[in-house]
Design a protein around this ligand. Sequence first.
Ligand code: GLN
Ligand code: ZN
Length: 748
Amino acid sequence: MKTSNLGYPRIGSNREWKRALEAFWKRELTEASFLQQMEQIRLANLQKQKDMGIDIIPVNDFTLYDHMLDMAVMFGLVPKRFEAAKNPISLYFGMARGKQEAVACEMTKWFNTNYHYIVPEWEDRTPRLVENKPLTAYKEAKEKLGIEGKPVIVGPVTFIKCAKGYLPEQEDTLLSQLVPLYCRILQELEQAGAQWIQIDEPIFVTSLSEEELTASKKIYEQFHKASSGLNIMLQTYFESAEHYKEIIQFPVQGIGLDFVHGEKTLDEMRMHGFPEDKVLGAGILDGRNIWRANLSQKQELILQLEELAASERIWIQPSCSLLHVPVSAKHEHSLPQELYNSLAFADEKLEELRLLSSPSQQEAIKKYDDALYLLNSSPARNRTEVLWEVEKAQGKDLKRNQPYMNRKQKQQEVWNLPLLPTTTIGSFPQTAEVKQARGKHKRGEWTKAQYDQFVKNQIEKWIKIQEDIGLDVLVHGEFERTDMVEFFGQKLNGFAFLENGWVQSYGSRCVKPPVIYGDVDFSEPMTVNESVYAQSLTDKPVKGMLTGPVTILNWSFVRDDISRENVCYQIANALQKEVLALESAGITMIQVDEPALREGLPLKKSKWQHYIDWSVNCFLLTTCAVKETTQIHTHMCYCDFNEFLGVISKLDADVISLETSRSHGELVSAFTWQSYEKGIGLGVYDIHSPRIPEIEEMRVMIEKTLEVLHEDQMWVNPDCGLKTRNISETIQSLKNMTAAAALVRKKE
Ligand code: GLN
Ligand code: ZN
C-alpha cells in the first residue's frame, strides 16, 4: 500500500508565504527575491513530504495566489481590462487584486470550503497554452530534489463549471477548445517521464446530467488516447462521487474517492465493485478538520478496502488537499494537554498516513488512539448537565409565543418607528486607534479598566454620531470585538484558540478559526454591558448584537465525535441565555447575525433539507423564548434569495437585513413571486467599496424596492457591517442614506 498526498498548504509553517507576498506588494521585495523566497517555500514543502516518507508527492499544488487563477492564466484567459499589463507578474496580481484602471476578478468559495478562488472569465476568447505549469513544477521537483512528483491540475469539467463569462449553450464549444490544451499538457508530461498526474474533478460529487456525464467520459477518452503512457488519477473530493458507477468506467488508471465526507462511498464500492485494473486513491483521513484520526478504525477501513481492491493498488491519502488545515500542530504551546495530543494538522496527518502504511506500528497507533480516548472522556466533553439541558430545549416547540402579525402590531405600539426606519448592521469602523487599544490591552500595557473605558468612549462617540445623522435604530458599534466568532468563542465554554492555526482563506489572507472541542455552554453575559451602556446614552432604541449559532459553527473547527447538528444546538442553547439576559436588561431589539447560514448548505441537494431543518431550529432555539414585544432582527450576507426565501421565512425574525446592493435588480424581482410579510432591509449601498453613494441613487433604489415591498415592512440600511470603512466615509454615506429615506417618506 502506498501513501499519497493531494496538496500541501502553501502558506509555510510561519506564514512566510503571506509575508513574502505582502512585502512584494508593498515593494519591499524585488521581483527576483520574491520569486526566490517563493521557490524556497515551495521546495521546503516538498522536501518535508519526502522526509516524512510520503510515496506520491503532489507538485503544482503550490501557487503565488490561487490555483484556479493559475489555470486561467495558463490558458491565456486574461480579461480584456487587464491586457495593458506588460509584466506577467503584475498582470497576475492585477487579476487577483484589481488595479486602478481595472476591477479585480470575482472571488468565490471553492465548493463548500472557506477557501476562495478567483473565478476565470471567458469573454469570448479561445484559450491557448501559455505555459505548461504542471510540467515546470514536475521538472523542478525532479531536478532540484530528486522527487518524482505527481502534478496536480483542476480538470476541465470542474474548471468550466467554476468559470463564468459564457452562456450555458457554449459549454461544449469551450470544452472542445480546452481539451487539446489539456492533451498537450499530458503529452509533454509523459515525454518528460512523469508517471502520474492528478486531475481534480470535485464537480463529480455534484449531480451532472446524463449528457454532461457522457461528454465528460469522452474527454477522458481523448486524454487517454493522447498520452496512454501517463497515468491519470481522476480525483474527487468533499463528498461521495455522485455517479460512482459511471465514473469508475472512465478510461483512467486511478480513481480518487473521499471516504470521510462521502459516507456513501464505501457502500457504493461494495455494491458496484471497483475495477481490477485501476488504482484506488482512498481518501481516508479528514483533510478538512484538525483532529487526529482514530487509527484503529482507519485500519479496519483499510481491511475492508482490501477486500474490494488489491492492496498494491491502493493509495491511502487525505480526503482532499491539506490546503484546508493549518501546517503543523507542533507550534501550539498553550493548549490543555489532552487537546494538544489530539490535534492533527497537515504534517500530523501525513505522519498518520505513514503509520497506517507501515507494518508493526501497533504501539504508535495505540498511543494515538489513547490520546483520542482521553480527549473523548475528558470532563470538557462530558458535561451531562449541558447535554441534558440541550436535549430538553430541543424537545420543546421551537417557535415564538405569538404569530408575526400579532407581534408586529404590539411591537409597533412599543417602538413607534417611522416608515422606512433607518439603521445599520452593527459594526462601525475598526480604526487603527481601536486596534491599537486592543493591542495595548492584550500586551498588558493597559489594564482591563483602561480598555473598557476606551470602548465606552467609542460607544459614546458613535451614539452621538448616529443621533446627529438621524438614524432611527442605533447600535453600539462592536468596538470590543476582534472578530464576530472569536469574540463569542472566548466567552463561551468549550472553545479553544490556536496560536498558529492559520489557514488560507483567499490570496494572502489567512484565518485562524476557533476550535470547538468541548461541550458548549454559557458562562456569563457577553454583550450586555456594552449594549446597556449604549442604551443609557440615548432615547432611541439600541439593537443588541449577537452572532448566530450556525455562523459560529460554520466558521470554527468543530469536534467530530458528535454531529455538527448537536454542536450547533449546544451553541444555540448557550446563546438563548444571552438573548434572555439582554432582554431582561432592557435591550429588547436584538439582532442575531447569520451571515454563514447559506454557505453551510451541503454540496448534495439530497442533504439540504436536513441541514435547513436543524439550522433553522437552532436559530429559533436562540431567539424564540423572548416576549412578543421583543423584536428579533437577523442579517445575512451573500445569499441566493430565490432559493433561500423559504428558509428566511422559517427563521421567523421580525426584521431581516440582507446584503443585496451588488445584485439589487435580481433580488427585488425575487420578491415578486413570493409574498414575504415580515420586516426587511435590502441593503441600499455596498459597504465593500470606499465610494460614497449619492442621495439620489439610494432614493431610486428605495423607490424601486417599494414597488415590490410594502412601505410598512421595509427598512433602510447599508448592506453589511461598516467595520472596514473609515470614519468620514461612514458618516457621509449614512447621512446620504437617511436623507434618501426622508425624501421617500415625504412622498409616501
Ligand atoms: N454585525 C456584524 C457587523 O456589522 C455582521 C457582519 C457580517 O455580516 N459578516 O460587522
Ligand atoms: Zn453581512
